[in-house]
Write a protein that binds this ligand. Structure first.
Ligand code: SF4
Length: 359
């Protein structure tokens, strides 16, 4: 099968089978960029309401650039991978500051923007500006590995180059936008990871994986992700005005910029006595008498590389404890907030789940 024939079969399949998605109706680079950033590592069904929320709250890139950081994080809340939200905001500001609110039109220029990697740059450049540059995401790896029998390990960063070259050979010169949309959609709907629809596949005859029964073996991915287990003991502390102590998470860990509660972290579960000892060493609170599990359960929260077990414990504070907390430089970035303010703050979904039960 020559390259032109491949592209034609793929685009024909796409025209018949594509899903009607709102960003596909648009050639506006701002909307395309929003949808691509939101959909990375997120299913369409989950990402769609977020896309709609962003478009309605921030119809233009200037609106997003001018929005307060906390509000952008709040709108993103629940999608995970919060560095993407921070980059989204920073990128919108760059587009306004450097390009007067108009996205640059080439792959190379787009690559210079905050948070835009080769995949997103290729998607915007081809969908919005019809530049002939291939997209390569997980779906594309799978489709190309199977049809052409590419056995390179996709966990190895160097492999990307092999797939990019193959996609660059195949991409339609006339319709790079449709080709790129089509190959990703084909991977998402037809040549799926576990149950590829080989019986109705337009590439069946040419497909190396189909002919060799290698659908499960391709693409090759060797590296196992190491999962880290963390036990969080969130401290529910109230002052005399019934305000809760919250803290903003800092750089260097998950959920940067979001708000949760001060916490004691451990690699293994802690009992009440161990918790009291940790309160003393971590926060200087040496006279805490009551430590109560307020939710009555442990929340399990799974991230790509982490498994978090979170408990929420209320601790009784004296006035002198509160002064100690307020003066403790280790507990910087803390704030006493009332219920209304707590509601407004951007928070990890784990904290939202807890608050839903408790408030
Ligand atoms: S024949 Fe099966 S494995 Fe090959 S491209 Fe089609 S769906 Fe994928």
């Amino acid at each position: 099968m020559n390259n032109k024939h491949f592209a034609k079969l793929l685009i024909d399949w796409y025209e018949t089978n594509k899903r009607a998605l709102p960003w596909r109706e648009s050639s506006d680079p701002y909307r395309i960029w929003l949808s691509e950033v939101i959909l990375q590592q997120t299913r369409v069904a989950q990402g769609l309401p977020y896309y709609e929320a962003f478009v309605s709250k921030y119809p233009k890139v200037e609106d997003l650039a001018a929005a307060p950081a906390d509000e952008v994080m709040r709108t993103w809340q629940g999608l995970g991978y919060y560095s993407r939200a921070r980059n989204l905001h920073a990128c919108a500001q760059q587009v306004v500051d450097l390009y007067g609110g108009k996205f640059p039109e080439t792959y190379e220029q787009l690559l210079q923007l905050k948070g835009i990697g080769s995949y997103t740059a290729a998607a915007i450049a081809s969908f919005a500006f019809k530049e002939v540059v291939p997209v390569v995401d997980g779906n594309v790896y799978r489709v190309l590995a199977r049809i052409f029998g590419i056995e390179a390990d996709i966990a190895d960063a160097k492999t990307k180059q092999i797939f990019e070259s193959k996609a660059a050979e195949l991409i339609s010169q006339e319709h790079p936008d449709a080709f790129n949309q089509a190959i990703m959609e084909f991977g998402a709907l037809h040549c799926t990871p576990h149950n590829p629809l080989c019986m109705t596949c337009p590439f069946q005859q040419a497909c190396v994986a189909y002919r060799g029964g290698l659908q499960r073996a391709l693409p090759v991915k060797s590296k196992k992700v190491k999962v880290r287990t963390r036990h969080f003991y969130y401290l529910i502390m109230k002052d005399e005005k019934e305000r809760l102590l919250v803290k903003q998470r800092q750089a260097g860990d998950i959920w940067q910029g979001l708000y949760d509660f001060p916490l004691i972290e451990s690699e293994s579960p802690l009992d009440t006595e161990q918790l009291k000892a940790a309160l003393k060493t971590t926060f200087g609170l040496d006279r805490v008498t009551t430590v109560e599990d307020v939710a009555g359960k442990t929340f399990k929260h799974i991230l790509t590389h982490q498994r978090i077990y979170a408990s929420f414990v209320s601790i009784s504070l004296t006035q002198s404890d509160i002064s100690k907390i307020n003066q403790n430089p280790q507990i910087a970035h803390n704030e006493w907030v009332n219920e209304a303010k707590l509601e407004e703050l951007p928070k990890p979904i784990l904290i939202e789940k807890f608050l839903k039960i408790m408030i």
